[in-house]
Design a binder for this molecule. Structure first.
Ligand SMILES: *Cc1c(COP(=O)(O)O)cnc(C)c1O
Length: 468
């Protein structure tokens, strides 16, 4: 086989540029981008020929050069991050973007961030304002706190709080609360970064009041409580409450800090979930500084929300770290919008997607599951489609033991195996992430929106029919 001849038969750039498909692609994107794809694909073809022992295969690749260039250009211009359908029933799915944000909030926020806004401008006084001013009052009204601010995420909250209030000193924390928050981030390590040193007291399952009392010294700058939001110690346990710690801290004029993790603002036990302490309660019990995530049970944008006594919050606002950890305008806008929903519990449950999903009744879930099953059957996918009961989870390290009775659409494909169907669902234009059991893929309805039913049915129909 004559490789030189093969190399010579690769169309030259000027010939490729005259191709109609290539011309169209240039029209759609740009000449520069397409030129880059021509270079990439021609180089790839040359290396293929270099390593190829069969002339037929090499010729085939040369013939496919134009479609390959077009495909590469399309891929280059398609965002890698895309919408997926969450069929897992895990509401705060860390790998799937945690809390979905209300569409209406995003539309309003988009309006703000696409132009200029009064992010740091006080319109009444005509001078520089504060980016927290838009939601500080609301947060205080809802939680009962004196002052508030927000940073990038709750890990930043912990870092900023300790750096502002305990740098160079000691912070006492129970051994039962030294948690890893996921992705290998551990509270003790975050604390160390802040310049505060950790004094661990008690044991894994039991910490007593006296443990805190005995370890308080001149160097103690704060008492820290960390809500064990992502695991539970059950059985022979004891921990010390905020109410008990407050008098001890007051005596020394040091703050009691509580990292609530998830941070719920409404009592979820009313909706059949187990009781989770609310943010308001923590403040009412006397915690001086409380922090929680914006995108866990609160159901808003990624943020670390910090509330508490004004003198402490003021210290944080002045900390140089705040400049590095501050929220952007998009988050500021989305936070204000989410907080406004919390002015009424009813509105919050209706309009905050996470709360709506958590509180959806089994009846409603069943009705929607039947509707999705009908839509899938109607599209004519080659599969047996049933509605079955299942259990949803909160996820995101929140309420770890909680299971919410739910309904799923179970799909048993007729002409492929379940693992294969699952893999193919992942590579759909809008990937579907299901849960699988041995002979079916399951779509838990709780995390699926009605507006996606048609899309899911059409995708599944095409995917399973393609196998025929
Ligand atoms: C999740 C969690 C964090 C970290 O919050 P992010 O918003 O993910 O940074 C910190 N502390 C506790 C107790 C948590 O549960």
């Amino acid at each position: 086989m004559n490789k030189n001849m093969l190399y010579r038969s690769i169309p030259k750039v000027d010939v490729l540029l005259e191709d109609e498909g290539i011309q169209q692609t240039i029209g759609q994107y740009s000449r520069d981008a397409v030129m880059e794809c021509i270079r990439i694909e021609t180089d790839r073809l040359r290396s293929f020929i270099a390593g190829c022992e069969e002339e037929g295969k090499a010729v085939e690749q040369i013939d496919r050069l134009v479609p390959s260039i077009i495909r590469t250009a399309e891929k280059m211009h398609t965002p890698n991050m895309k919408k997926v359908i969450n069929g897992t029933g895990t509401i705060l799915h860390t790998n799937l973007g945690r809390a979905p944000i209300a569409r209406e909030h995003m539309e309003k926020a988009a309006e703000l961030v696409c132009g200029y806004s009064n992010l740091e401008y006080n319109l009444e006084q005509g001078k520089r304002g504060e980016r927290y001013s838009h939601f500080e009052e609301l947060l205080c009204k809802i939680t009962g706190a004196e002052a508030a601010m927000a940073v990038n995420n709750n890990a930043s909250s912990v870092l900023l709080i300790l750096s502002s209030l305990a740098k160079g000193g000691e912070v006492i924390v129970s051994r039962g609360e030294l948690i890893e928050i996921g992705g290998k981030f551990r509270i003790p390590d975050v604390m160390e970064q802040s310049g505060a040193s950790l004094v661990e007291v008690g044991t894994t399952n039991k910490t007593h009041y006296s443990d805190y009392e005995e370890h308080i010294t001149e160097d103690t700058k704060a008492l820290l409580k960390v809500h064990t939001s992502n695991y539970r110690i059950v059985g022979f346990t004891e921990s010390v409450s905020i109410e008990e710690l407050v008098p001890l801290a007051r005596e020394r004029e040091i703050p009691v800090i509580e990292d609530l993790g998830s941070g719920v603002l409404i009592d979820l036990s009313k909706y059949g979930l187990s009781y989770e302490p609310t943010v308001q309660e923590s403040i009412a019990k006397g915690a001086d500084v409380v922090c929680f995530s914006g995108d866990k049970l609160f159901g808003g944008p990624q943020a670390g929300i910090i509330i508490g006594r004004k003198k402490y919050i003021d210290k944080m606002k002045k900390n140089q770290l705040t400049r590095a950890l501050r929220i952007d305008k998009f988050t500021a806008a989305a936070l204000e919008l989410a907080l406004q929903e919390y002015l009424s519990e009813e509105t919050a449950i209706q309009n905050i997607p996470v709360l709506r999903m958590i509180t959806e009744s089994l009846d409603e879930a069943a009705k929607r599951a039947r509707s999705l099953a009908r839509t899938i059957r109607g599209a004519g996918a080659a599969a047996k489609v049933d509605v079955v009961s299942c259990e949803s989870q909160i996820g995101g390290g929140s309420l770890p033991l909680e299971r919410i009775p739910s309904m799923a659409v179970a799909i048993r494909p007729e002409n492929m195996r379940v693992p294969e169907l699952e893999a193919r669902m992942h590579s759909l234009p809008v990937p579907i992430i299901p849960r699988t059991i041995h002979d079916a893929v399951m779509l838990d309805i709780r995390t699926i929106e009605n507006e996606d039913f048609k899309l899911i049915a059409a995708e599944l129909q095409e995917l399973m029919d393609a196998e025929k």
